[in-house]
Design a protein around this ligand. Structure first.
Ligand code: ADP
Length: 467
């Protein structure tokens, strides 16, 4: 099969979160059996990282309403069956951020991603399957079904996070250059606004999301982000498939980011990783349990509630906490305040750092994921492989992948309600587990031996594509 993936971030070319990892892992696994092309924007810094990009075809113009914008595809070939096409338009993509700067989204994100979607729609008719990801490419099925260039390509749309819908003013619909009558409730119109995500839900042939539990949750008002009704209409076409992990990247042996190697048979190298990390964060090494977070700083991730819980626990309990994250500037301030209040116990680094995220995963004893909602979550899966016990709010993919240690096959600590008091109890249970080294080792080994690798998940996409 010839498969086109279209995505706004793709690891290792660009990444802000799990989306980039997911499409990279899926595409790599699919390329074992299929011819896979991935289309993604050419952001700042990619050229420097991949100097051997090759221009494909001529420059082309695409209309956005009354304006005309020029694009060009550049090719990179990481493996024989995997082609990466990077869309050049410097005004749109050669910027310091991918979606935002200083915590604020670019005002012209609709223009940037309608342009990208239109360029993808030109490619799509050559493929058997076109797989779109999140709101940034969600209008491609509408462009293809309602516009010119109709082909036989079948379109799969994956929701990675329903909270980001690309909602904007109705007048932006003109950017699509489609007839105004299509701006309709049965399509991209949502309470008077243009909603990219809704267009995807309406026009795609199949909808998937990134865990079975989240597929259930988004049908409810609580998690449906205003689109549960639309999703219910298409429920027969909606499937949840848990994301996989690229274990060639996320590994505890031969990993250039880590100070020492270890595996489930011998965990001693993990202690070396912890010693190194405490130095990086400037924290004293006192053989205390280490809790960690690597996260986008967004409301969804429950960071505010976690700071509340930690503020209560830190005075009377012996443990340390480190966090790497970036995003919401108000959350950064709160985290810096926590650090200032407990300088020997708390380390905070604001920024985006892939190498440090590996070091944290390896060094920590427990990895906190107190998300209000979590479509899949990847860090808990990375944590399992790194022998780092996840503490999670049982929601979305966290619920699908983490079993509480009350069960014989438990791999982590779960709590049910999104409340600081429940998180406090969960952390207290973790501190108790730390004191029981026999049980702790058992829990770690269960997690390290679990297999969430991509070939298993990719098989499920194979079945959908084949249909
Ligand atoms: P989301 O996609 O909602 O951000 P996921 O858990 O699915 O959450 O994926 C997050 C991915 O992004 C993980 O690979 C995580 O390590 C990475 N990540 C998030 N923030 C940072 C950061 N500040 N530095 C490095 N990696 C980060």
């Amino acid at each position: 099969m010839r498969i086109l993936q279209a995505v706004s971030e793709f690891f290792p070319y660009s990444k802000t979160g799990g989306l980039a990892d997911m499409v990279a892992g899926l595409s790599g696994a699919l390329a074992q059996n299929h011819e896979v092309t991935v289309a993604t924007p050419l952001y700042r810094g990619i050229r420097e990282q991949f100097p051997d990009l090759e221009a494909i075809g001529e420059e082309f113009d695409l209309p956005l309403g009354n304006g005309k914008f020029t694009g060009r595809w550049w090719r990179h070939q990481p493996s024989p069956n995997l082609t990466v096409l990077l869309l050049e338009n410097d005004a749109f993509y050669n910027r310091p951020g991918i979606y935002m700067e200083h915590g604020k989204g670019y005002w012209d994100n609709p223009e940037r991603f309608v342009f990208f979607s239109k360029a993808v729609a030109r490619l799509a008719p050559d493929f058997d399957v076109t797989h779109l990801h999140d709101w940034q490419t969600a209008i491609v099925p509408m462009l293809l079904k309602e516009g010119a260039g109709k082909g036989t390509t079948r379109m799969v749309f994956t929701i990675h996070n329903l909270a980001y819908q690309g909602a904007c003013d109705a007048d932006r619909f003109a950017l699509t250059n489609l007839p105004a009558k299509l701006f309709h409730e049965r399509g991209p119109e949502h309470f008077g606004s243009l909603n990219f995500m809704k267009a995807g839900l309406h026009y795609a042939d199949v909808i998937t999301t990134v865990s079975p539990q989240y597929a259930q949750e988004i049908l409810t008002e609580e998690f449906g982000e205003g689109l549960s009704g639309e999703l219910q209409k298409r429920q027969d076409r909606l499937t949840g498939i848990l994301n996989g992990v690229d274990y060639a990247e996320w590994r505890t042996q031969g990993n250039p980011h880590l100070a020492a190697e270890y595996d489930s048979g011998n965990l001693s190298g993990k202690a070396t990783c912890k010693t190194q990390l405490l130095k990086i964060f400037g924290l004293p090494n006192q053989d205390l349990p280490l809790l960690a977070v690597v996260s986008r700083l967004a409301e969804q991730k429950g960071i505010g509630q976690m700071v509340e819980a930690l503020t209560e626990l830190l005075p009377d309990n012996q443990f340390q906490f480190v966090l790497l994250g970036s995003g919401d500037e108000a959350l950064e301030v709160v985290l810096h305040q926590l650090q200032a209040a407990f300088p020997a116990k708390v380390g905070v680094k604001i920024g985006y750092n892939q190498s440090l995220s590996h070091k944290i995963e390896a060094a920590a004893d427990f990895f906190l994921m107190p998300s209000r909602f979590e479509p899949c979550g990847l860090n808990q899966l990375y944590s399992l492989r790194y022998g780092t016990t996840p503490i999670v709010h049982a929601v979305g993919g966290l619920k699908d992948s983490i079993t509480d240690i009350q069960n014989p096959e438990g791999n982590g600590i779960r709590y049910e309600k999104f409340e600081a008091s429940e998180l406090i109890t969960a952390i207290q249970r973790a501190l108790k587990l730390y004191r029981d080294s026999h049980k702790l080792n058992q829990v770690r080994k269960i997690g390290m031996k679990q297999d969430f690798s991509w070939p298993i998940a990719a098989e499920k996409f194979n079945a959908i594509y084949a249909q």
